[in-house]
Design a protein around this ligand. Sequence first.
Ligand SMILES: Cc1cc2nc3c(=O)[nH]c(=O)nc-3n(C[C@H](O)[C@H](O)[C@H](O)COP(=O)(O)O)c2cc1C
Length: 194
Amino acid sequence: MPKKKTNLGGLNILLGISGGVAAYKAVDLASKLRGCGANVKTVMTANACQLVQPKSFEAVTASPVFTSLWGPSEGYKIDHINLADWADIVIVAPATANIIGKIANGICDDLLSTVLCACWAKPRLLAAAMNNNMWNNPAVQRNVKLAQEMGFELTGPETGRLACGEEGIGRMSEPQDILEAITKMASKIKRKKR
Ligand SMILES: Cc1cc2nc3c(=O)[nH]c(=O)nc-3n(C[C@H](O)[C@H](O)[C@H](O)COP(=O)(O)O)c2cc1C
C-alpha cells in the first residue's frame, strides 16, 4: 500500500488500547497511522483483549502486540522500558476511566500503566471514551485534570450516541480526528529536532 505523505513518516508511535468498547475503532486508527508511514507498536490491557483480538492490531501494524509485563521480550530487553524508550509519541485510544485514574495516581499494575509511567517525558495523547455518567464523575474529572497537568494532551470525549444506548458526552473522537491531533503533536516534535 503506498504510504500517504504526512509528517508521521518514520515516527515511532506507541498505541495503548484500554478496555473501552471503542477499542474496535482503534484498529482503524492503527491502520491509518501505518498508512501514514509511522512505525506502530501496540500495547493492550487484558480488558481490551476481551473486546478486540490482538491479532487485528498485529495485522494492520505488521508488528507484535504486547499484552503482558511477563511476555517473551524482544532481544531479552525489559519490555516496559524498551517500549517507553522506543516511542516518539504515545497514544491511548480508547482511554478508559480506569487507565486515566492509574496515570493520574502513578499506578503501574499492568504493562500499559507501567509503560505510561516510564514515558512521562514523551508527548502523550489520551482519547478518552466512557459512559457519560462515568465521564461526569468528580473522581474521573479530577484524574483527567491531573493527567493534563502532567502533560497529557486530551482529545474528546465527544457528545453523541453512546454504546450503552444513552445520548451524551463520552464517545471516543473519530480515528481521523485523533490522527489530526497526532499530526499536530508530530509537527511540534519535528520543529524541536531542527
Ligand atoms: C462491553 C464493555 C464496554 C466497556 N466500555 C468502557 C468504556 O468505553 N470506557 C470505560 O472507561 N470503561 C469501559 N468498560 C469498563 C472497563 O473495561 C473496566 O473499567 C476495566 O477495568 C478497564 O480496565 P483497563 O483500563 O485496564 O482496560 C467497559 C466494559 C465492558 C464490559
